[in-house]
Design a protein around this ligand. Structure first.
Ligand code: B12
Ligand code: SF4
Length: 488
């Protein structure tokens, strides 16, 4: 292996999120100018670093945030030029691309294609939520995307195996679990890798993130996670197939060190974005103990968490004790995956709770002086104008009773890896994935019955989104993400 001062073994590239011109109307920057810390690749880089493998993480939005883009090819050109510069400087053997989201997956592939043309000798690997479920499409030989290996699912342990073997020139792709690749023109999907033990993960090494001179860590939004996976099996979500509903967690010492790094650097708003903060009593007790200890040291810190309505059944004593602890630990808002107020839709989504528990859940949280955020999905199979009205009425009742402080509404996106993506009641009208998953997306489907007759059209679903947005505006003010263009 060549040893130069700047030499890296692998560079991790995040994908442009805030600045994709194709999305500009839908996804307007909220929060910090540099967007999100790319958590997935930071985890992998930190793990490799603990074995002496040299890497850096390039958070592309931090390099682009001051630029204006005229169109998507201009954006891609800029991204490629920044990546090229880093590749020439650090001369890595492996280039690793994050493909977390469906909406910008085309952009990521456009960038990779160009990078591969410039550096054909470098091994290109890719991973993340979208990549996990679309490996066949990404590797499709006719598309010539330039990707050598897709790493499916959890990234740390597979990437380490690949990088070590590649650097030692002993890589035998057939022997690595959890990857897909091309062999003699055919796509090979190796067997799935079992979930790893997160207790082996080191503290996150934020120093591996390459920052432009005028950027620091406070200029990002920060979300951290203690556990991976949840016990739910919701049809529209990719978590069940991504993490196999197997709850794992880091050590609470490492989690505490991750948080201490952030707060000691002035980050005082942190989302603890575990799928479900109450997922097990053991993990809840650990996470809350860490948050309490941080709050004691840094009284200004605020945390945001998310959970499921099902924990709030009958507003029992246990949940009130837990809410009391969260309040003391500095949690100022709990986001609930409410999704709908209609029992018919909730059952179709496999939410596994009763619509009447929603009111109790929100009331219980507010009793502890914690804000309530709700997520709503419109147009799921099983939905109709009648059911959306039922849902609307319940949300309105919550607003009237001052039980909602934040609300995000989405039209369903059939995300790859979610159960609903193969639901026969969705008649996909557009193959365009550029607005999948993002807020205020126009529906890409009509809902149909068994004979293929439309039961709930794109246009009707869209109008219901606008109804929910009006309700939101009435009680919370206009969401800054609602552009005039969208309302028109
Ligand atoms: C926290 C979170 C957020 C945070 C920000 C996260 C961030 N830092 O970018 C916030 C709240 C801002 C957010 C926003 C959105 N999110 Co989000 N988010 C999550 C969540 C809950 C956790 C992500 C995370 O940090 N995981 C922890 C790390 C360690 O895991 P990981 O990222 O999956 O990475 C591992 C593997 O994927 C893999 N891997 C990842 N990258 C790479 C790269 C390589 C090279 C390799 C080898 C492996 C690899 O290895 C990693 C380590 O094991 C996930 C759901 C989930 N439970 O995974 C949804 C999720 C990623 N979000 C999703 C979506 C849709 C969104 C939004 C578009 C929603 C919206 N309408 O606004 C926005 C858009 C993003 C934006 N910035 O504007 C979807 C994406 C699905 C898809 N196919 O598009 C997910 C999967 C949830 C879902 N619905 O199923 N999100
Ligand atoms: S929507 Fe929430 S509760 Fe349901 S499977 Fe996904 S992460 Fe779990």
């Amino acid at each position: 292996m060549k040893k130069t001062k700047n030499k890296k073994d692998i560079i991790f590239f995040s994908s442009p999120i805030q600045l994709d011109a194709r999305l500009a109307d839908n996804l307007i920057v909220l929060g910090q100018p540099c967007g999100e810390i790319p958590n997935g690749i930071l985890h992998i880089a930190s793990y490799l670093d603990s074995f002496g493998i040299r890497s850096i993480v390039v958070p592309i939005d931090a390099f682009l945030y001051k630029k204006q883009f005229v169109d998507i090819s201009h954006l891609i050109e800029s991204v490629v030029s920044i990546f090229r510069k880093q590749i020439l400087y650090y001369d890595p053997d492996i280039l690793a691309f994050e493909m977390m989201y469906t909406f910008n997956s085309d952009t990521v592939l456009d960038v990779i294609k160009k990078i591969k043309e410039m550096f054909p000798q470098k091994l290109i690997i890719i991973g993340g939520n979208h990549a996990t479920f679309c490996s066949g499409d990404i590797l499709n030989p006719s598309k010539n995307n330039g990707v050598d290996i897709v790493i499916r699912g959890e990234g740390e342990f597979t990437t380490k195996e690949i990088v070590e073997a590649y650097l030692n020139k002993t890589l035998d792709k057939a022997k690595i679990q959890g990857i897909s690749y091309l062999h003699d023109g055919s796509i090979i999907h190796n067997t799935e890798r079992l979930r790893g033990d997160l207790k082996h993960l080191p503290q996150l090494n934020y120093n591996l993130i390459l920052l432009p001179d005028d950027v620091n860590i406070i200029m990002f939004n920060h979300s951290v996670m203690f556990t991976r996976a949840c016990k739910g099996n919701c049809t529209f979500c990719t978590s069940p197939s991504m993490w196999n509903r197997q709850i794992t967690s880091k050590t609470s010492e490492k989690f505490k060190s991750d948080l201490l790094y952030l707060v000691s650097n002035g980050v005082f708003h942190i989302s603890v974005w575990d799928d479900d903060i109450f997922v097990t009593d053991e993990s809840f007790n650990q996470v809350v103990a860490v948050l309490l200890s941080i709050k004691l040291l840094y009284p200004n810190v605020n945390f945001y968490v998310q959970s499921r309505v099902s924990h709030f059944r009958n507003s029992n004593k246990k949940i009130h004790n837990q809410l009391d602890l969260l309040k003391k630990a500095g949690v100022i808002r709990i986001h609930l995956g409410v999704e709908s107020g209609s029992q018919i839709i909730l059952d179709a989504m496999n939410k596994n709770y009763k619509a009447e528990w929603i009111f109790d859940a929100c009331s219980a949280i507010k009793e502890h002086d914690i804000e309530v955020g709700v997520f709503i999905i419109i147009g799921h199979p099983g939905s109709s104008a009648i059911e959306e009205q039922v849902s609307y009425d319940l949300i309105q009742k919550l607003f009237i009773n001052s039980l909602i402080d934040d609300m995000q509404c989405h039209i369903l996106s059939p995300l790859p890896g979610s159960a609903v993506a193969s639901d026969a009641r969705l008649k996909i009208a557009s193959e365009n994935v550029n607005n999948y998953g993002i807020v205020y997306n126009y529906p890409v489907y009509d809902l149909v019955d068994q004979r293929g007759n439309i039961t709930f059209s794109q246009q009707e679903i869209w109008l219901w989104l606008l109804n929910f947005l009006d309700l939101r505006q009435q009680y919370l003010g206009l969401d800054p993400r609602v552009s005039n263009k969208l309302k028109a």
